[in-house]
Design a protein around this ligand. Structure first.
Ligand code: PMP
Length: 364
């Protein structure tokens, strides 16, 4: 019998704040010099790859993973030199942890506060979870506007504050003293997001012991494990015990657990790669700054933000020359004519700089 039911459309069923979102866009990159996503460009030494191959061959993938991920958590605590009494919660990438934190505190009307421009997922996940998002503008040079941030905190009483340290997409580390004042003034949780810790000169992990509303989040994505999808949150058991209830039991698979634990045994190899990236960053910043019409910002991360006239055309010109970076123009008013390039190998930098110079010459 034909149904008399009026068809349900996505527009009628899905929450308006979700309908209003644009999906996080990941452009195709096959065959390109891929400098758009802050990946580590280096492969692992062959001996380590062989070791991983043997581990994977013997893995019990017919079984669910260890839900508590004991071995991996112990490896993380050791590699990170977490202060005693600090616990770890694992996420399928740190994106998942941002979502889990927001889900935990999303009472009606609850506020998620961050600064702008910063990592776009803070705002998106606020929308996913029905939180009200407040973005406090950074100053012109992308520093924290401490007065404005403290005012917004006392006005909005955020349940959750995210500060990326170093910040994405600007690459700078905020003033540690200002961050500390924000933590002390915040009535809720402050999450210092150290996605780029391996390339930075400072960390808030030592502050965990003295700030009871502070959590530090890290990811291994930028350290050579983007494909494994592994992030973690470090903090007291008082907070993590509650947040664990929201973690889906098997969110980190058998293979990521095994491989990440093995790689952390060889943390020195990964840190050496991060050191090469830091050295390459110095050269890339100098090469970018030497191009007329380019203004590059100093960075404590594995990418560099730069400004160039006609950024959208520069981005397209690079793409036509086989180099994929990130176009930030049009995203946020403070990022007009801004582009972001990941620090890759010396060879990738050379290709990028040649393509950029060529594109700018052609546009002149
Ligand atoms: N935080 C910041 C500041 C980031 O830039 C990113 C990745 N771009 C993430 C978190 C998420 O990383 P992942 O989900 O790969 O751990």
């Amino acid at each position: 019998m034909p149904s008399a039911r009026i068809a349900t459309t996505p527009e009628s069923l899905i929450r308006p704040e979700i309908l209003a979102l644009n999906a996080y866009h990941v452009p195709p990159a096959v065959g390109m010099v891929k400098l758009d996503a802050m990946e580590n460009p280096y492969l692992l030494p062959q001996s380590l790859r062989d070791e991983i191959a043997r581990l994977v061959a013997d893995a019990a993938i017919n079984r669910y993973p260890d839900a508590a991920a004991h071995q991996l958590k112990a490896a993380i605590a050791q590699a990170t030199q977490l202060p005693s009494g600090t616990e770890v919660l694992l996420g399928n990438g740190s994106d998942e942890i941002i979502q889990l934190l927001a889900l935990a505190v999303a009472k009606p009307g609850a506020v998620l506060l961050s600064v702008e421009p910063s990592f776009v997922m803070y705002r998106m996940i606020a929308a996913f979870t029905g939180m009200r998002y407040v973005g406090v503008p950074l100053t012109q040079d992308f520093s924290l506007d401490l007065r404005a941030t403290l005012d917004a905190i006392s006005r909005e009483r955020p349940a959750l504050v995210f500060l990326a340290y170093p910040n994405n997409p600007t690459g700078n580390l905020f003033d540690a003293n200002a961050v500390r004042q924000i933590i002390e003034a915040a009535p809720g949780l402050v999450v210092v997001d150290e996605a780029y810790y391996a390339f930075a000169s400072d960390s808030f992990i030592p502050h965990l012991a003295s700030c009871d509303n502070l959590l530090v989040m890290r990811t291994f994505s930028k350290l050579g494990m983007a494909g494994l999808r592994l992030g973690f949150l470090a903090g007291s058991s008082a907070w993590l015990g509650q947040l664990e209830k929201l973690r889906l039991p098997y969110n980190v698979g058998v293979l990521p657990q095994l491989v990440a634990a093995k790689l952390l045994e060889h943390h020195d190899v990964l840190l050496k790669q991060a050191e090469s990236i830091r050295q390459e960053r110095v050269k890339l910043l100098a090469a970018l700054s030497a191009i007329a019409g380019v203004h590059a910002y100093p960075s404590e991360a594995n990418f560099i933000l730069f400004r160039a006239a006609k950024a959208a055309q520069v981005f397209e010109g690079l793409k036509q020359r086989g180099v994929l970076i990130k176009n930030l123009n049009g995203g946020h008013a403070a990022l007009t004519d801004c582009l972001r390039v990941t620090v890759g190998t010396a060879e990738e930098s050379a290709k990028f700089i040649a393509a950029l110079q060529d594109t700018i010459n052609q546009l002149a």
